[in-house]
Design a protein around this ligand. Structure first.
Ligand code: ADP
Ligand code: MG
Length: 627
């Protein structure tokens, strides 16, 4: 018999499988069972329209047999089977996926709804070579007279010959590899192991997966002795995990399911499993990962949930089911309200889908609210990882979602070690305090050095620390919380002085008009005004911004490409009227004043987290002064 060669890319994949050091070799069983289930789906589907199929729904099953002595695992199904040509095409090539072809051929057929094609996303048949050194596939296609046997021991090729088989279906015989120092392949010949693997990976397969199981039971006739009882058992529950009731599911089951299905190494932070009835009826099983997915911050990342129609996967990543601010959520939705042969474009306009998406959005928000109230530590950890997304959500789409998200965002502040919500902040506000104060900076320590902070803290007012670029933009979108406006302490409008103090500083500015104009003359366009201030605590000078654009916003906007380059904050140089430098300035001659002003302005910029235009000049002048 002539040996045939695998196609080039198949050979590569096969070689990978044979020499695999993949730790999840056990998934071979899932792959073969999925293929068997696909094949049964196809014949079952045919039976709905074709009277020549004599099998009923209950007759379909997948059988596993173990022969420990000869190191053989056999997996059989009574599905649609393969012709000789199909064996050749399907198992000699990987470029062409049979399941995909079948799906396309039947796309127009209404009854296609009943066909599930779960094999689409797996590693496939070749994974059997991770644990077997020889694999035989005996198959008879439904409606065909002749059965065929495909045999291969790996990369050197395969053979196909005619053989006998009574009924349509496929029998796969795997000759399990010998154990090595590191690998105990014999485990796969143990019934307990196979039982475990079926329950772990294939529990929700909709046809019974059966195996002959032997148990030791007490001998009724002989006291103290045992006999071996053998019976055929169905190993899988045939119900998808998400269809089971919550009380039946152990946390580990959720975790295993998540890790397997969404390819993560860590357990999820949060599992949200629910059944929804009403405008739309659906089951959903959602996960918030421990860490951002590896490609989360790349352009390639696609958000979305798996979409099932009645237990049958119809889309792997349905992006319409998740808003952008929840793009890190993984999971699936299963609804009987959706039709199976719906196209991507149709889905976008599907009314039912929109209702589901809305309900999912609400569900996640509710669960997060619950977590915030009941397990703050856990919530904070979540927020550390994904909080920025929620703040973007407040800002996005002109603040469309700001009201539903405002109680889920948190900030660091001058009064808490951890996070505070806006509600907690407002609840702590002293009666006299009118605004919600915040300060921006690259880091908390930088913010804590801001000259403006001291005066606000002295009043007993709390200051929110904005260290994320998005923070101030989100707040601008919110505009107010609980009737309280937000105020940037580094902006000119924040003034906590008493009326008397205000009057005093106004007079000071009025009487120093000439000096201030001189200083403004020295600085030119760099600032929009110069004034004396009494709210700088013990610090000599500071820079604040007036108008809409804050310093922090300028920094962010100037980093964006294009149109925002020109957006500049209007800077105000504030000089502490109570600081000795004020008198020094008043007493200085023109030359000295120029030096003082340049130095003070540069240092104020540094304190505000801005660059200075000419560091060399700054350094030279400083040295000069010291001399
Ligand atoms: P996939 O399932 O993604 O198509 P596989 O490598 O698992 O890829 O299987 C390749 C093809 O072989 C399948 O698409 C199917 O046409 C055929 N096949 C595999 N196992 C069986 C089976 N038990 N019965 C019928 N056809 C099968
Ligand atoms: Mg497959």
């Amino acid at each position: 018999m002539r040996k045939k060669q695998f196609k080039a890319e198949s050979k590569k994949l096969l070689d990978m499988m044979i020499n695999s050091i993949y730790t999840h070799k056990e998934i071979f069983l899932r792959e073969l069972i999925s293929n068997a289930s696909d094949a049964i789906d196809k014949l079952y589907f045919k039976s709905l329209t074709d009277n020549s199929v004599k099998l009923n729904r209950d007759d379909f099953k997948i059988m596993i047999e173990l022969d420990k002595d000869n190191r053989i695992i056999t997996i059989s199904d009574n599905g649609i089977g393969m012709t000789g040509e199909e064996l050749e095409n399907n198992l000699g090539t990987i470029a062409k996926s049979g399941s995909l072809n079948f799906k396309n051929e039947n796309a127009d057929n209404e009854k296609a709804e009943d066909v599930s094609v779960i094999g689409q996303f797996g590693v496939g048949f070749y994974s059997s070579f991770m644990v077997a050194d020889r694999v035989e596939v005996v198959s008879k296609a439904f409606g065909d007279e002749q059965a065929h046997k495909w045999t291969s021991s790996g990369v050197d090729g395969y053979t196909i010959e005619e053989c006998d088989k009574e009924d349509a279906g496929t029998v796969i015989t795997m000759h399990i590899k010998e154990d090595t120092e590191n690998e105990h392949f014999s485990d796969y010949l143990e019934q307990y192991k196979i039982d475990e693997l079926v329950k772990k990976y294939s529990d929700y397969i909709r046809y019974p997966i059966q195996m002959e199981m032997s148990h030791q039971v007490p001998d009724k006739d002989k006291e103290g002795e045992y006999i071996t009882e053998v019976s055929v058992e169905t190993l899988n529950s045939m119900v998808p995990l998400w269809r089971k009731s919550k009380s039946e599911i152990k946390p580990e089951e959720y975790n295993e399911f998540y890790k397997e299905k969404f390819m993560d190494y860590s357990d999820p932070q949060l599992v949200i499993h629910s059944k929804t009835e009403g405008q739309a009826t659906f089951d959903s099983l959602l996960f918030i990962p421990e860490n951002p997915p590896y490609d989360f911050y790349s352009k390639e990342y696609e958000k979305g949930l798996q979409l099932y129609s009645n237990g049958v996967l119809i889309m792997d990543k349905c992006s319409d089911l998740l808003p952008d601010y929840f793009s890190f959520v993984k999971g699936l939705v299963d609804s009987a309200d959706l039709s199976l042969n719906i196209s991507r474009e149709m889905l976008q306009h599907d009314h039912q889908l929109r209702i589901i998406a809305k309900a999912i959005d609400k569900k996640i928000k509710n669960e997060l609210k619950k977590l915030l109230n009941n397990d703050r530590e856990k919530y904070n950890k979540f927020f550390d990882t994904f909080g920025t997304q929620l703040k973007y959500g407040v800002y996005a789409n002109y603040g469309m979602e700001k009201d539903s998200l405002k109680d889920l965002i948190e900030f660091k502040s001058s009064m808490t070690d951890g996070y505070t919500t806006l509600k907690e902040y407002v609840d702590r506000m002293p009666e006299a305090q009118e605004s919600i104060y915040y300060a921006c900076g690259d880091s908390i320590s930088k913010i804590e050095f801001l000259p403006q902070l001291e005066a606000v803290k002295e009043k007993g007012y709390e200051v929110l620390y904005f260290t994320d670029e998005i923070d101030e933009f989100a707040i601008q979108m919110l505009m107010e919380y609980d009737g309280k406006h937000f105020a940037n302490i580094c902006k000119d409008e924040v003034n906590l002085s008493t009326d008397e103090e205000k009057k005093e500083i106004e007079e000071k500015n009025e009487s120093s008009k000439d000096l201030l104009e001189k200083i403004k003359g020295i600085l030119g366009d760099k600032v929009s005004s110069v004034k004396f201030s009494n709210k700088l605590g013990s610090h000599p000078v500071s820079i604040s911004a007036e108008g809409y654009v804050s310093l922090e916003m300028e920094k962010v906007l100037s980093q964006m490409p294009g149109a925002n380059q020109g957006v500049k904050a209007q800077l105000v140089l504030e000089i502490n009227s109570n600081h000795p430098v004020a008198q020094k300035l008043e007493a200085a001659d023109d030359d000295t004043l120029k030096k003082y002003v340049t130095l003070l302005y540069s240092s104020a910029r540094l304190v505000a987290g801005l660059d200075i235009e000419n560091p060399t000049e700054f350094s030279d002048m400083l040295a000069d002064m010291i001399q």
